[in-house]
Every structure is written in C-alpha cells, then in structure tokens.
Design a protein around this ligand. Sequence first.
Ligand code: ZN
Length: 189
Amino acid sequence: MKVPNNGKNFWWRVCRNILATKENLFKRRCAKDNLCPICDCEVETIDHMLFLCPWANMVWFGCNIKPFGNLQGNASAVKWTDDMVKVLGTNKATEFMGRVAVIAWHIWKGRNDFVFKRGAVNPQRTVDSIRHMEREVSTTHVIPTVQMDNPLNQEETSTWRAPDVGRVKANCDVAFPMPGKKGNAVAML
Ligand SMILES: [Zn+2]
C-alpha cells in the first residue's frame, strides 16, 4: 500500500515522540495536567493516545490489527512496529507499516477533532474513513503512457512544434482510475 506523505510524516513524528500529546505539553509546562482528554483517566502518552485509549483500541479492532499482540511487558508503539518489521518480510513489512501509519494518523485526527472542535470521537466513523482511504489508494493505478505514433514505446526525443497556419494543436493528458470511477482529462491549447 502506498502511504500518503501525511501518514509518513506523521509516523516519523510518532517515532521521535514529538507529537503534542498531553504528556509532552505538560513536560513543557504548556498544559495543566497530563491526562488523556478523551478518557480522562490515563496519562496521554503516544502509546495511550494511539493504541491503548479505549476508543483508539476499538479503531484497531475495526481494522483487524491487534496492537502489541506479540509483545510482553513494556510494550511501546515503536518497539512493536520494529519487531513486526523484523518478523515480516520486506514487502509485508512495507504493507503493514503503511496500514499502521494510516490508521494511527486517522486516530490522531479524531483525537484532535475532539480536542479542538469538541466533536465526539466515533470509532466506526474513523474506521470508515480509513477504509475509504485504503480503497482510494489501492484503486489508483498509473497507466504507462504509450505514444500512439510509437507503438513499440521506443525512447524518442520529444520536441514541440508549432502547428501549421490555420490549424489548432491540442496536447492532451488523461488519467484513468479503475472502472466505475470518473477520469480526468487536461487539454492545453
Ligand atoms: Zn484515553
């Protein structure tokens, strides 16, 4: 699965523990307490926010991933994902980490909506958003461009030439998503 840049960037911040969790804000004296704003009964560490808070746990459950399932004792998000990457092969690890990053990013967004927009957290809605994004990513295929006047697709130097007087030249580019989706066309005159 191709991971959107937002997801990659987000996971990079998770691994460095630089997200503005209540724990981190409290350490910097930017918050009155370090409690999770959603359940209000545990310190809001990255692990709690993304994996252990009951609503986040329901999102992982809805996505068929059991965080920390193979770890004993002092589990952490970073250790868990590191171990999973070692256990899985390169291809599966990339796929797995892609899913983890996207799910965690949606949980972070849901948490922020709760904090800043005072919207209720909704595990089912978050799972639906994740599935929607996964479908979008998996059904977007890039079809290689084949020059119609060069069916063997041999490399050639392309040079723009002005049209003859009295003629109009149109350059077109079209992207085709999977069947049932709308396509996009761009024409430059
Ligand atoms: Zn919580």
